[in-house]
Design a protein around this ligand. Structure first.
Ligand code: ATP
Ligand code: MG
Ligand code: MG
Ligand code: MG
Length: 440
């Protein structure tokens, strides 16, 4: 992509309404624009990041055996009346009437709908277990939408649902998702800590929230610092080995970690020695629940067992805040000059900077690098404009692409270009050929 043809509405000054760094940087870099309270447009740069986050989530869901579907944003109130949540959900639910005066709503979550879909699509025990998920916009009329996409009213969520014949099998589905979540966050460069959590309006008894640490997080967290050194990525875990997976999950949850809602000060002090106690703040980036027959019972989600007996299905639900993650990743990865994108979610991998646009030699070298990198499948944002060099550097630092490739007449005279690592700030002089090899 050439900057001269892109839509990159960078703000010169810090927006006044932004209280936290991710919100400020997302507005300044033109990733998002607020359309009304808690409702955002995703502009080109932000949209690319959102799609990358979504794709990582999708790949890890698929890897865990979940199957993707897409349910609508607008739901009928009928199923919600059956589950009893139409009244329980309260003011957070955006209620709508259609032209026939039918009660509709903008879905805040999808337990009812997916349970009904599953119920109508299966007959017997042979059709289980299954997990279905979708990645779809939700609406919750939050009292205080704030911090940009971190607490929006309209937000993108991955929500998945498992269907099993028994509580034990349901537990295994829960464990698979638990592991998929750890993998998902890790791929985005985040350390997410699983914490025991309350189940809230969704109900049930087994539940964990995944939190990433940030001073601006809305949850207070208490945990054993051992979590910060725990490296589960090297553990060999087979998803189909029920006992093995349970053992691994037991280990990942063996240390104390709880949000304020579940925190037990006495237990914290007994289980964790003083030097290892951490009390900080965190951002909830995912939440998993196992709630058994809470929805399948009222909604009649029953299949025939081996001997013809009816079995009420056991379910769990599994949410990831896809749009919140865009903000959360910035909270975890930025410096005084701007965003520092982890490569896996960066809008482009490389920012190619032409220091003397209009100079035939420099233009040619840049065009050549641009073509070669694109040809090798590398995503490049090429600043081919006639802005001053200083302004170009500042914008590239601000938008935080992992690599900057700087091409100017002086370097080229020696056959060299400069490769800068945004995160470390290290600069290296390399030949254009080497630059391509390094980045491809
Ligand atoms: P919170 O405690 O932040 O209000 P929640 O517990 O109400 O979140 P869940 O019902 O657990 O949210 O939804 C699953 C995930 O969706 C959350 O872990 C979070 O990452 C994301 N999420 C929830 N509400 C919002 C929101 N208003 N804006 C952006 N993401 C959200
Ligand atoms: Mg909430
Ligand atoms: Mg919560
Ligand atoms: Mg939650």
């Amino acid at each position: 992509m050439r900057v001269s043809r892109y839509f990159l509405p960078i703000l010169r000054d810090d927006p006044k309404e932004a209280e936290i760094v991710s919100h400020r940087l997302m507005l300044r870099t033109g990733m998002i624009r607020q359309e009304s309270a808690g409702i955002y447009s995703w502009l080109p740069l932000g949209f690319r990041v959102l799609k990358k986050i979504e794709q990582i989530v999708r790949e890890e869901q698929n890897r865990a055996g979940a199957i993707e579907v897409l349910m609508p944003t607008i739901q009928s109130a009928d199923l919600w009346r059956k589950s009893g949540r139409y009244d329980d959900y309260g003011a957070e639910m955006l209620r709508i009437k259609d032209r026939h005066e039918r009660d509709m709503l903008y879905g805040p979550t999808n337990e009812e709908m997916i349970t009904d879909i599953f119920r109508s699509g299966v007959q017997s025990y042979k059709d289980l277990p299954r997990s279905l998920y979708h990645i779809q916009w939700k609406f919750r009329d939050e009292i205080r939408p704030r911090f940009g996409v971190m607490r929006g009213r309209e937000f993108l969520m991955k929500d998945g649902y498992s269907f099993d014949l028994s509580a034990e099998e349901g537990r295994h589905s829960y464990n698979k998702m638990f592991l998929a979540y750890l993998r998902t966050y890790k791929r985005m460069g985040l350390t997410a800590i699983p914490m025991r959590a309350e189940t809230g309006p969704i109900g049930g008894d087994l539940s964990h929230e995944f939190l990433i640490l940030a001073d601006t997080g809305e949850s207070e967290v208490f945990f054993d610092r051992g979590y910060l050194d725990m490296d589960w990525t090297t553990a060999k875990i087979d998803n189909d080995d029920v006992a093995g997976l349970q053992g691994a999950i037991d280990e990942f949850t063996s240390l104390y970690a709880a949000t304020d809602e579940m925190h037990d000060a006495a237990e914290f002090e007994t289980r964790v020695e003083a030097g290892r106690r951490v009390n900080g703040r965190g951002i909830e980036v995912g939440h998993i629940f196992f709630f058994g027959t809470k929805y399948s019972e009222p909604l009649g989600c029953v299949v025939q067992g081996r001997d013809g007996e009816p079995i009420t299905i056991h379910s769990g639900s599994y949410g990831i805040g896809v749009s919140r993650l865009a903000g959360a990743i910035i909270e975890a990865s930025h410096d005084e000059n701007g965003i520092v994108w982890p490569e896996a979610v960066a809008p482009f991998k490389v920012g190619l900077i032409n220091l003397k646009a209009g100079d035939a030699t420099v233009d040619k070298a840049c065009e050549d690098l641009y073509a070669k990198l694109e040809g090798a499948g590398v995503e490049v944002l090429y600043d081919d404009t006639e802005e001053r060099a200083g302004a170009k550097f500042a914008v590239m630092d601000l938008i935080g692409l992992p690599w900057q490739l700087v091409v100017g007449p002086r370097g080229l005279a020696d056959g060299m270009v400069e490769l800068k690592n945004r995160k470390t700030g290290e600069r290296e002089s390399v030949s254009p050929e080497d630059a391509v090899t390094r980045l491809a």
